[in-house]
Design a protein around this ligand. Structure first.
Ligand code: NAD
Length: 250
């Protein structure tokens, strides 16, 4: 039963994170909504679904801020049952990635700090709470770009998302004995502000490579996440679920 559980969703001020927040809220889950700044709009939308919700402005790449946020959520909600490591960035310059030979090391570092370290810090501080409860569900946002070469995503993005898949496997193996199921999803092209930043031309070229002939929606992703965190999933552990319209069949 998802009803009455509490989920922390990072980077849920918009896009996929917000859609996951709303999908889980419809199943009766109380939602701690994180983003850089307090994500009031998402909180309002979630509350409209009839569950408790609170916003937490914290940069997931700052481990002290993450630790404080987790403590505050436990005080506010009494615990954390579900963690969705969703916050992520994919820097573009006039709609295109910088190739590895032109990339500013500071940009590389920032993406590592947010996409990889952020997921680790949140898992690191939330896991002990779930372990004490002997129940938990964690879903990490990987990407198709972690699994096949991407002409549009930078080397930092692809490397960190591949790192997220590694982080998923170790978390899954170490936490499964505590009845905490950890999995990753690997979305392909999902229509969101992040992918729109790549520009129309690049997105059209990608569309022609998708057998289903359409982009995914944030709801497509949210529904898969809901399944993974629900009691319907009793035995999927450490998996990477591709959500890509057939663009990469692995
Ligand atoms: N859209 C896609 O096609 C796609 C495909 C594969 C994977 N993903 C992954 O899904 C996740 C969500 O993507 P999206 O398309 O909704 O992106 P988005 O850019 O629309 O939303 C990302 C959210 O994360 C927040 N965020 C970024 N850095 C943060 C930080 N340090 N601390 C807290 N919040 C932070 C942003 O403010 C934003 O609200 C990302 O991890 C992304 O890499 C997206």
């Amino acid at each position: 039963m998802l009803k009455g559980k509490t989920a922390l969703i990072t980077g849920a001020g918009r896009g996929i994170g917000r859609a996951i927040a709303l999908e889980l809220a419809r199943a009766g889950v109380n939602i701690a909504v994180n983003d850089y700044n307090v994500p009031n709009e998402t909180v309002e939308l979630v509350r409209n679904e009839g569950v408790r919700s609170q916003g937490y402005g914290a940069d997931v790449s700052d481990f002290q801020a993450v630790s404080q946020m987790v403590e505050q959520i436990v005080q506010d909600f009494g615990g954390i049952d579900i963690l969705i490591n969703n916050a992520g960035i994919s820097p573009k310059h006039d709609g295109r990635k910088h190739h590895l030979y032109e990339m500013d090391p500071a940009e590389w570092q920032k993406v590592v700090d947010i996409n990889l370290n952020g997921a680790f810090y949140c898992t690191r501080y939330v896991a002990p709470i779930m372990m004490a409860n002997k129940w938990g569900r964690i879903v990490n946002l990987g990407s198709m770009a972690a699994r096949v070469f991407s002409p549009v995503a930078g080397i930092h993005y692809c490397a960190t998302k591949a790192g997220v898949l590694g982080l998923t496997r170790v978390s899954a193996g170490e936490l499964a004995p505590y009845n905490i199921l950890v999995n990753a999803i690997a979305p392909g092209r999902i229509d969101s502000e992040m992918t729109r930043a790549a520009g129309e031309e690049a997105n059209k070229a990608i569309l022609s490579t998708i057998p289903l002939n359409k982009y995914g929606t944030v709801e497509d992703v949210a529904k898969t996440v809901k399944f993974l965190v629900s009691e319907e999933n009793g035995y999927i552990v450490g998996a990477v679920i591709d959500i890509n319209g057939g663009r990469a069949m692995l």
